[in-house]
Design a protein around this ligand. Structure first.
Ligand SMILES: [Zn+2]
Ligand SMILES: [Zn+2]
Length: 357
């Protein structure tokens, strides 16, 4: 487990290219560790907010030159002073935002919502997982159980954590017919977790043929429809004239969100996970008269991420099944370009021996 002196890392200049650069391997400070990266998956927000162009502004914007990647998982290879729980040889997920740790949001575990000047997200304002090593704060780590692969863990760091938070907010069980609008990696993750929670009617709406076929192949949908004028009618019909109990929008589109609202029957719950865009609906017929509730959900908390890895083990399911393409760091450019094309499931950059412990 020798630590190198120099390492490769990928940065995103913002013109749909990836630049590979050499960096010094970091040294851990007090309360920090150095992680040998094993797998980093690419998130939709990497494409939307950084890869194509740097759209994020202010404290949440990407700082040019930072090593990208906010879904990292790896092995601790060096310890700083003052560690309290984790040690060399531990397999860990990095919760992708390092909060200040002492504000109210951080104390709730929602580092994502921290507004302190000390907040920094990995892959955005501090170096992330698209490098051979990651400098991380111990407080940002989630233990990766032996039963899960590094590729499973990488997806928990953002995508699966985000989905788990949303479906726990609206509550999913075998009582529910569930609609998921948008079957990119986040939508597919939603279906995988809803299925594990016992939902046995899983309806997907997606326009991309590749992703429709992937959802079917993975056995994650009972019905899947392409968006069109009659999609709402088809969902109502497929649910015996009632509509679904729960809907999760992962499309981030106005029509997708409208469909999620209107296909949910009275007293049902809807969660919005997909970011950006807008949504127009008619409050009285669409939500008020049906007594429906719409939840916004953003990433997750530290404790719920810990709970999720525990549940993945209990349910014996593996997020890495959603990975359709793997690349080495040398081919990170191809990895981002493929993710941007949408002709894929989840895309991962993997580093070396995946069985190293
Ligand atoms: Zn993300
Ligand atoms: Zn904070």
């Amino acid at each position: 487990m020798a630590v190198k002196m120099r390492m490769k890392g990928a940065i995103l200049p913002g013109n749909s290219t990836v630049e590979l650069k050499e960096f010094d391997v970091p040294k851990p400070g007090y309360g920090q560790v150095v992680i040998k990266t094993k797998a980093t998956t690419i998130c939709g927000s990497d494409i939307r907010c950084i890869y194509r162009e740097h759209t994020g502004k202010g404290a949440e914007g990407y700082i040019p030159g930072m090593i990208a990647g906010h879904e990292p998982c790896g092995l601790i290879v060096e310890e700083g002073e003052g560690l309290r729980r984790f040690k060399k040889g531990d397999r860990v997920i990095v919760y992708h935002i390092s909060g200040c740790g002492v504000c109210n949001d951080c104390r709730r575990g929602y580092y994502i919502s921290c507004t302190s000047k000390f907040r920094a997200a990995y892959g955005w304002q501090r170096n992330g997982g698209m490098g051979e090593y990651i400098l991380a704060d111990e407080k940002d780590l989630i233990a990766l159980p032996d039963e899960l692969s590094y590729k499973d863990g990488a997806q928990v760091a953002c995508g699966f954590g985000t989905v788990y938070e949303a479906i726990e907010k609206i509550g999913i069980s075998g009582n529910d017919a569930v609609l998921v609008t948008g079957l990119g990696p986040v939508g597919l993750a939603t279906l995988m977790l809803c299925k594990a929670l016992g939902a046995n009617q899983l309806i997907g709406v997606e326009m991309n043929d590749y992703r429709i076929e992937l959802a079917k192949k993975l056995g994650l949908v009972t019905e899947v429809f392409k968006p069109g004028d009659d999609t709402l009618d088809k969902i109502i019909e497929a649910t015996g004239g009632r509509g679904v109990e729960k809907a999760i929008d992962c499309s981030a589109s106005d029509p997708g969100r409208q469909l999620a609202i209107r296909a949910t029957h009275s007293y049902g719950k809807i969660a919005f996970v997909g970011e950006g865009g807008t949504c127009s609906f008619n409050p009285s017929p669409d939500i008020i008269h049906g007594q429906k509730t719409i939840y916004g959900s953003w990433v997750t908390s530290l404790w719920r991420m810990e709970e999720l890895v525990d549940r993945l083990v209990r349910w014996k399911i593996h997020p890495d099944e959603l990975i359709t393409h793997e690349f080495s760091i040398d081919d990170a450019g191809e990895a981002y370009a493929l993710m941007a094309s949408g002709q894929c499931g989840k895309v991962a950059v993997i580093f070396g021996d995946q069985d190293e412990k």
